[in-house]
Design a binder for this molecule. Structure first.
Ligand code: WTA
Length: 643
């Protein structure tokens, strides 16, 4: 046992679970005592889901970066904290030891302060996957400012909306980012996002790609120049004393899609998030000191926040960060990285596995992979075929696979097996973490007790009580948080997912039950895509649904009523796609656009998505009752025009 709160047997899991549910305050206090606090808490937990109001470790004072950096400097100062693998394999990788990372974070924290960033300010970070991204995140947290990282695939318009919503005053970005064969001009996207912006005072730009950028006098400064101003030398290491934060002070905002047209700024707070990401990191992956942990997510998403940066660093682990993509320069890139850095834990998304499966076994030739001990997946349901391929060809049947279910809102893993400790079951996330009390309910919020023909319980997945890293609010709009997550069913947190439960108490997540799609593990709201489509001058109306996609999990199918001239249908499609790219970003581009003359609507004008979904899925016969439609004739037309 490497950590005092590490669970290493099924019996221990059962015991921990029991205590965590019957006496959560005692359980989480016993975990929390192993962290470093400026002041201990007065009360472990206070909560109600009505408002909602959740407070963990009230009265405690801390800074998460002291837990992620300072407390490891003694014993682990020279151990790698971050190993960075560049996009281009011919470029050198970089290693930042805990000492080095601490130094850089302090230096950049001072840069932020010199540029006027204060506790509570919102700092937007829009960078590629380079160590400076992690440094910027940690430096922001060090001085008590709130980071809002935006994934590099979002457009200027999306960034502008997020800056506005968060009332952000600072931006940290790069000239550009390398991703596979592409060089993405991040600073120029930021420039577009800033047209008309009134809140941003300063943009700090790191040089990565040497792309030409326009630096605006008085607003834009270079990262490198600013770092030089913070002198550092022998006998004069920069040590920026961390801002002392309340346990419940916000740590970051991360925007995510819901069923409305506008993304929500999910807010996580300092102490609870720290405890949960560290605890789940250690237990789910059964991390042992010295292990190399490779999470392939981007820090622009919650998975990167929790399992590249905060969880691993707080646990004093070595976290590998990769700038590129799995298929460039070839489909063996992940496996080369595993061999080069002797990776022990590989955590990736089912969509990446399916895409690599598609290249066959050739890219695996000559790869050793013997360093691997544990594999993980996240982001979407994993199909059995992909699970077995991962198990056989990557884990060589000797690596437990953890199927981790969680969400941006949950901060860390809620349902998963613990690697090699609790049983795995292909395509099942299995058991809840200690402290997590799932419940399956029907549409009326009643607990499901009747098994289906397969002997399984089936319902909407809710959670009965708070765990330490539950979202605290949605930025600037607490009522939205209440409505979205706590109002569907009384006194329950509603996940938006459907699930099955078997006789062992194992859970299988079946996917979203709301209007949110999961495309390549990215959450995209259908309403958001529709808004973007409708912005195109010729689009009268649109309806977006998901359909099963071999690699992406779900694809985006758009039905569009187009009034303009569409003599050249292909060109019109491209125009519409470029509109979506502009409004949201390339990740939200529909895979299919079908032009239609009408949409199936009820007499009250509601679009019957159920029918559209079935047609997109290839179903032609059992479309259900269409007699309530205003014009049942449109269904025939839509069926005939299916792409
Ligand atoms: C889905 C990602 C099945 C689910 C961490 C959830 C999963 C949404 C799994 C959250 C899994 C995540 N099995 N489905 N192991 N993990 N999901 O916020 O629908 O980007 O609600 O967080 O992804 O996506 P998000």
């Amino acid at each position: 046992m490497s950590y005092p709160y590490q669970i290493t047997s099924m019996d221990q899991y059962e015991m921990a679970y029991r205590v965590s549910v019957t006496n959560p305050e005692e359980y989480w206090a016993s975990v929390a005592q192993h962290f470093s606090w400026r002041k201990k808490w007065e009360k472990v937990l206070e909560w109600n889901f009505k408002e909602p109001n959740v407070k963990w470790f009230q009265g405690a004072k801390l800074n998460i970066t002291e837990n992620c950096l300072d407390r490891h400097l003694g014993e682990k100062g020279d151990q790698p904290a971050i190993i960075w693998e560049p996009n281009d394999p011919s470029e050198n990788s970089r290693i930042l030891t805990y000492k080095k990372l601490h130094q850089r974070v302090c230096q950049f924290a001072q840069v932020l302060r010199n540029n006027g960033v204060k506790k509570g300010d919102r700092v937007c970070i829009y960078m590629g996957m380079i160590p400076e991204l992690a440094i910027a995140v940690l430096a922001t947290a060090r001085i008590g400012a709130i980071h809002s990282v935006i994934f590099g695939g979002f457009s200027a318009q999306s960034i502008a909306d997020r800056l506005e919503d968060a009332q952000a005053t600072f931006i940290v970005t790069c000239d550009g980012a390398f991703r596979g064969g592409k060089d993405i001009p991040l600073k120029s996207v930021i420039d577009d996002a800033l047209i008309g912006n009134k809140t941003i005072k300063r943009v700090i730009v790191y040089t990565r790609t040497r792309t030409a950028v326009s630096m605006i006098k008085g607003r834009d400064v270079w990262w490198e120049d600013e770092m030089l101003k913070v002198t550092e030398g022998p006998g004069n290491p920069v040590n920026v004393v961390a801002e002392v934060m309340d346990a419940e002070d916000p740590l970051f905002i991360l925007y995510t899609s819901g069923s409305t047209g506008k993304p929500k700024g999910v807010v996580h707070s300092c102490a609870g998030y720290m405890i949960w990401t560290t605890y789940t990191f250690v237990n789910v992956f059964q991390y042992n000191p010295g292990d190399i942990h490779f999470c392939t997510a981007d820090i622009g998403w919650i998975t990167g926040h929790s399992y590249i940066v905060y969880g691993p660093l707080s646990a004093g682990a070595t976290s590998l960060m990769f700038e590129g993509i799995p298929t460039w320069p070839d489909a063996g890139r992940f496996w080369d990285i595993v061999d080069k850095h002797k990776v022990n834990i590989l955590y990736t998304a089912p969509t990446a596995i399916r895409s690599l499966m598609g290249f066959g076994l050739d890219p695996l030739k000559g790869k050793n992979l013997s360093s691997l001990k544990i594999l993980g997946t996240v982001g979407e349901p994993i199909n059995e075929e992909a699970w077995h391929w991962y198990d056989e060809h990557i884990g060589k049947k000797k690596c437990p696979i953890v199927d981790t279910w969680w969400q941006t809102e949950t901060g860390g893993v809620l349902i998963s097996n613990l690697a090699g400790v609790t049983p795995a079951k292909p395509s099942w996330a299995t058991l809840p973490m200690p402290g997590v009390q799932p419940i399956l309910v029907d549409e009326n919020g009643r607990e499901v007790t009747q098994k289906d023909e397969d002997g399984l319980l089936k319902g909407n997945l809710c959670i009965k009580a708070p765990w330490p890293s539950i979202l605290r609010t949605t930025y600037g709009d607490h009522e939205r948080c209440r409505k979205n997550y706590f109002a569907t069913y009384e006194n329950l947190y509603f996940t938006g997912d459907g699930a099955l439960k078997d006789d062992n108490g194992f859970y299988r997540i079946t996917g979203r039950v709301d209007d949110v799609l999961n495309v390549s593990g990215h959450r995209i709201g259908t309403a958001e895509v529709e808004n973007a489509l409708n912005m195109h001058a010729g689009v009268v109306e649109s309806a977006v649904v998901g359909y099963p996609h071999n690699i992406k999990g779900q694809g985006i199918y758009a039905y569009v009523i187009f009034s303009g001239n569409k003599k050249d249908e292909e060109l019109t499609r491209k125009d519409i796609l470029s509109t979506v790219s502009r409004v949201i970003g390339p990740i939200a581009k529909p895979d299919k656009i079908q032009f239609v003359n009408g949409l199936p609507k009820t007499r009250s004008g509601k679009i019957m998505r159920r029918i559209l979904r079935k047609i997109a899925e290839g179903e032609t016969e059992n479309l259900g009752d269409i007699s309530t439609l205003l014009d049942p004739g449109v269904v025939e037309e839509i069926k005939n025009g299916k792409l």
